[in-house]
Design a protein around this ligand. Structure first.
Ligand code: ADP
Ligand code: MG
Length: 702
């Protein structure tokens, strides 16, 4: 049931519409704030508080504090100082004085603010020209002796939107709270509430009451921080809702049928015999885990995490062999054409001796080529199909797809992963899925957004690898690098020179790469310098990559098209231009193109000054560590989860209250509550998920 399908059938949505003051126009404005249901409105938490519970006496005023005061107008005059302004002097029983200052004012205000009038104002006190003043305070005239009518609780300040001012929001939320308290059964599920109580956390409505209408005396800072129990309750609930949606997704998958693939021993033996190296223990372990999954009658959903260069491709290949051994097909999806092409070549070379036909699908193929490949796939003449997302976008029909391998999943993003999963819906049997990523997923993210997947980790590098040495250099010293490149190439090694221009157009990026290429050709006439960028035709790109792979091209100038997956082990030096513009994950991926042999590799990060604080931190982290897990963890802190989840558009993956980089210590509770709840009452999960994931339902799509 989604919002667009059947709006009226959702009681929490109906409750919002039934709230006095909520008509279609207000609804539209609320939608802009991500509010579609009454509980969304209740979860629109204050971003600050104001203390209007007490009147501060004028002699106790301090600059830069927002507060409420009351006094009698002593003097009011219009002055001309860079325009007209109304200055009002206020005094109370104390010895203090305050001046109110209005740069815009109406005749009506002038009539109100006359000597002898008693006013109560709220605003920020400023010290200006040695006088304490409030500029444009909110004010009202009061009768003497009304001071006991100060607000009963702290006043919330909400994130607002155009046309929906503070006052209206406060009113609406106050009404929503009244509604919530009058209808406890609608928002509070007893078993759910119980789980929170056991964790020492307040009930849902109780938490909301505390945050929207905090009692006098509560500390405003604490209320806004994650240490407040009411906020904690909501944080834990939000994370638990995400966790729940993913475990539910998982249990649905477990009910599906899949073909089992117990065979493949002989093929694997033949393949491994030809490999010029031994598998690492980690590779063997992970292959075993995957093979176990493949023997089951339910689709495997496995996430393989392994740092750049840890040897994921071989693992994927062995998994593919298990499936082809039983005559089923395998699809391998790569995020870039370059990588798809590379996989195609290496799979083809490895599989030719085993007589396993491989097909290739990419959007840069001609219509005729594509049609031929599709026909081979449909008729089962191709067993393994490599491609970019053309593989899923176009209508490619497999004769019998047994396994889907997604390489470098982080580049596809969480939404695409889930979209992909929906593709097979309604079929009798489903393919197994192996999802590979080199961007390690911090535990907190793994628990919330990947809880539907089993995880395998390649935590061992092939033997003899040395961590890449990373140096940082201002870009005006780039000429000093020429000697280093010469030297590397003289020793028979190869180098990358990566041109980046992040936010600007691809065209500009390619132009920059071209001119860098020309300059490097001139500076290094004795070297064979190649160029590859995104605007080149696929066959041209491929030709250059092949020449680089064979060693014919010694220095490859490239845009970030080579960021993921490219594997040329003989390359041992990488120069990255404008490193300050790249994110940590991207830098780590790029750097992972070197250090793929037992040779010592190095990476030089060139930067343009001045460095922003954030860029300096990123570059520092790159210098300190080559450990992808650590880099991902620190990236999460620097950029938040959206980027790591591959969600590009801002606001697409914002939590209402939680913050994964801050709330990690809550995860134990989250897991506990979610698992207990799904065990107790799996049906009741829906409204909880609606509450939190409602407007990002496409995410859970369960
Ligand atoms: P990634 O995990 O980044 O995808 P690749 O699968 O591209 O890594 O492997 C990196 C390089 O290491 C490749 O050249 C691959 O042939 C090589 N390799 C993989 N496994 C081993 C191993 N067990 N011993 C030695 N080299 C290996
Ligand atoms: Mg790879």
């Amino acid at each position: 049931m989604t919002r667009t399908d059947s709006p009226a059938s959702d009681p929490a949505e109906a409750a919002l519409r039934a709230l006095p003051g909520v008509g279609p126009r207000v609804c539209e404005k609320l939608a802009r704030l991500g509010i579609f249901r009454i509980d969304h409105l209740l979860l629109h938490l204050p971003r600050a508080y104001e203390d209007r519970t007490r009147v501060i006496s004028l002699d106790a005023l301090r600059p830069n504090v927002r507060c409420m005061v009351e006094g009698i107008v002593q003097d009011a005059r219009v002055e001309f100082y860079r325009g007209r302004r109304l200055r009002v002097k206020l005094a109370d029983d104390s010895s203090g004085m305050l001046e109110l200052c209005f740069m815009r004012f109406s005749p009506f205000q002038q009539e109100q603010l006359v000597p002898g009038a008693r006013v109560r104002c709220f605003g920020e006190v400023k010290l200006w020209r040695r006088t304490l003043r409030m500029f444009h305070p909110e004010y009202e005239l009061v009768a003497p002796g009304t001071s006991e009518h100060a607000a009963a609780s702290l006043t919330p300040v909400y994130p607002a939107t155009e046309g929906l001012a503070q006052i209206s929001l406060r009113k609406l939320i106050r009404r929503a709270l009244e509604w919530a308290e009058a209808h406890p059964a609608q928002l509070e599920h007893p078993a759910w509430e119980d789980l929170f109580r056991k964790q020492g956390l307040p009930g849902f409505t109780e938490a909301l009451r505390r945050l929207h209408e905090p009692e006098v005396g509560l500390d405003m800072e604490t209320l806004l921080s994650e240490s407040d129990p009411a906020r904690q309750r909501l944080i834990v609930e939000e994370l638990a809702a995400y966790h729940l949606s993913f475990i539910r997704l998982r249990s649905r998958v477990e009910q599906r049928q899949a073909d089992s693939f117990p065979g493949g021993d002989e093929l694997i033996r033949q393949f491994l015999e030809r490999l010029p190296f031994q598998l690492t223990q980690a590779q063997e372990r992970v292959i075993e885990e995957i093979r176990q999954d493949l023997t089951r009658n339910h689709p495997m959903m496995r996430l393989l995490q392994g740092d750049v260069g840890s040897g994921k491709t071989i693992v994927a290949l062995v998994a593919a062999l298990c499936v082809t051994a039983s005559d089923a097909q395998v699809a391998v999806m790569a995020p870039t054409e370059l990588l798809a092409e590379q996989h195609y070549r290496s799979f083809w070379e490895w599989l030719l001796p085993l007589n396993i036909p491989v097909a290739f699908l990419s959007s840069s193929q001609t219509g005729k080529q594509r049609a031929e490949e599709k026909a081979r796939i449909r008729s089962h003449r191709a067993r393994i199909v490599i491609g970019t997302h053309a593989l899923i976008q176009e209508d490619v029909s497999f004769d019998r797809l047994g396994l889907l391998i997604i390489d470098e999943q982080h580049r596809f993003g969480v939404h695409q992963r889930l979209a992909l999963r929906r593709k097979g819906e309604g079929k009798e049997t489903h393919p197994h899925q192996l999802i590979m990523t080199a961007t390690p997923i911090p535990r907190s993210l793994a628990m919330t957004f990947y809880a539907d997947l089993d995880a395998s980790i390649l935590d061992e590098m092939p033997p003899g690898r040395k961590p890449v040495k990373t140096a940082v250099m201002a870009e005006d010293r780039r000429d000093e690098l020429m000697e280093r490149i010469r030297e590397a190439c003289r020793e028979g090694r190869q180098a990358y020179w990566v041109c980046t221009l992040v936010e600007e157009s691809e065209a500009l990026q390619c132009e920059a790469a071209e001119s860098t290429w020309q300059r490097l050709c001139q500076a290094l006439p004795e070297l064979e310098v190649g160029l590859v960028h995104g605007r080149m035709k696929a066959p041209d790109k491929d030709r250059v990559m092949q020449r680089f792979k064979s060693g014919e091209v010694q220095l490859l100038v490239a845009t970030t098209v080579i960021e993921v997956g490219v594997d040329v082990p003989n390359a041992s030096l990488m120069v990255v231009e404008n490193a300050e513009r790249l994110g940590l994950a991207q830098l780590h991926q790029l750097r992972g193109r070197v250090g793929r042999s037992s040779e010592q590799s190095s990476c030089v990060l060139l930067y343009k000054s001045p460095l922003s604080e954030n860029a300096r931190t990123r570059i520092q982290i790159m210098r300190e560590t080559t450990d992808g897990f650590e880099i991902a963890q620190r990236d999460l802190h620097l950029r938040g989860p959206g980027q790591l989840l591959g969600v590009r558009q801002a606001g697409e993956m914002v939590f209402r209250v939680a913050d994964l980089s801050r709330d990690e210590q809550q995860l134990k509770r989250v897991q506990r509550i979610a698992q207990d709840f799904i065990r107790k009452d799996p049906e009741a999960v829906e409204p909880i998920m609606e509450r939190w994931l409602g407007d990002s339902r496409r995410l859970g799509s369960v």
